[in-house]
Design a protein around this ligand. Structure first.
Ligand code: ACO
Length: 360
């Protein structure tokens, strides 16, 4: 019996493979090293959606058109949602996207987080939302809509690296949720909503905000050992460390560390924050190794996600929503793949409750 479904195979996929022992992620035949830093988000979606989502014309243009559609449809209603936590507001609006049987739903779902997140954040700060612009890449437009200024190429490249790095990752909890719902024939929007719900939790996509909270609490490198030890004594799981599958360092952490190094060289990262993060990472790994010598607890993707998204100007309460902006590409591909398989996902549970009197 596998509580938590560890090692249980629930699907066959051509989309991605996570080798937790080798620390390797393959997305449709590409290693993460081949894609992260070199592929744009549109390049990656073209690869990921091949044969699953048909897009008329080029994806850059189709995605820009979908961003404009989402914006025009929702801009008047957005103020009503802007007082909610940004992830919940985004999820509520995405629930209203039409579940068409053509590829319109895929494009609208992929476009929505990049449009809604900056607009909702701006409204919550009393600023006006900024409309998307054709001719820009998804990453460039998202940053422009967030900050109101044209981002530097190195910032666009960093966000592309992030979106590509997180776009798919085997049968993680949110992707599994998407496949379960897709297997019922409920459609892409319902599948994406299930995935959004799963992503929100702190054991999955909700960890990067707490990483920054942890860095703030530690404040200075000399406090790291003491505060991390106190957290571990209190039974806190250090955010940004550990993984269900990886038994070595998460390769996505390295991809993001390289992107941050490039941002840092270009002067877009606070050097004190970087120095503190490095010191905390070193201390945390040492403390985890001392406490759990038999369990490999390494840095996961969320640690460097926090630093990267912070440096790009996203507030911490929006980090999980930015994660969704990347992972939506994978959810859509998995939902389409599952739907094509035609197989309802329906596992069993083991009943451990009381028996009726006659059966006892
Ligand atoms: N800090 C402290 N202890 C930890 C951590 C951590 N980050 N991660 C695991 N452990 C401990 C567990 O408490 C457990 O101890 P126990 O045996 O005494 O109970 C032991 O290591 C083994 O942990 P598991 O529960 O087997 O680890 P699991 O594979 O279930 O959990 C998870 C993986 C949820 C990611 C966990 O490492 C964790 O909670 N990390 C912190 C939150 C985080 O960073 N989440 C983002 C993950 S990446 C992603 O989803 C995109």
């Amino acid at each position: 019996m596998k509580i938590g479904l560890d090692d249980v195979v629930a699907a066959e996929t051509v989309l991605s493979d996570v080798d937790g022992l080798a620390g390797r992620l393959i997305i449709r035949g590409l290693s993460l090293d081949e894609a992260a830093g070199l592929y744009t988000f549109e390049d990656m979606l073209t690869v990921l959606w091949d044969g699953l989502v048909a897009v008329d014309g080029n994806l850059l243009g189709a995605l820009a058109a979908a961003r404009i559609d989402v914006y025009q449809h929702w801009v008047a209603d957005l103020p009503r949602y802007a007082r909610m936590p940004v992830f919940d507001a985004m999820r509520a609006i995405m629930a209203c996207l039409p579940d068409t049987k053509d590829d319109g739903s895929a494009l609208a779902l992929a476009a929505a987080p990049a449009v809604l997140l900056p607009a909702l954040l701006r409204l919550s700060q009393g600023a006006s939302p900024i409309a998307p612009r054709t001719g820009l890449s998804h990453a460039a437009d998202m940053l422009r809509m967030l900050t109101g200024t044209d981002p530097a190429p190195v910032q666009v490249a960093a966000l592309d690296t992030y979106l590509v790095t997180v776009c798919d990752h085997g049968l993680n909890a949110s992707t599994f949720a998407a496949r379960v719902v897709a297997s019922t024939g409920a459609g892409l929007v319902s599948a994406a909503l299930a995935a959004l719900g799963a992503l929100k939790g702190p054991l999955h996509g909700g960890a990067p905000g707490p990483v920054l909270d942890m860095l703030d609490t530690i404040g200075e490198a000399r406090n790291a050992g003491r505060i991390l030890a106190a957290m571990l004594d209190d039974g806190v799981r250090l955010p940004g460390f550990g993984h269900r599958i990886y038994r070595v360092r998460d390769p996505r952490a390295d991809a993001l560390a390289k992107a941050i190094a490039r941002l840092s060289e270009a002067g877009h990262v606070d050097p004190d924050r970087m120095a503190l993060a490095r010191a905390v990472e070193t201390e945390a790994l040492a403390a985890l190794h001392r406490r759990k010598p038999d369990r490999v607890l390494e840095t996961n993707v969320e640690f460097y996600t926090a630093l990267l998204l912070d440096a790009l100007g996203f507030p911490r309460e929006a980090f999980t929503a930015v994660f969704a902006a990347g992972r939506i590409g994978g959810w859509i591909a998995h939902a389409e793949e599952q739907t094509r398989s035609g197989r309802l996902i329906r596992p069993r549970s083991v009943y451990v409750g009381p028996l009726p009197r006659e059966a006892a």
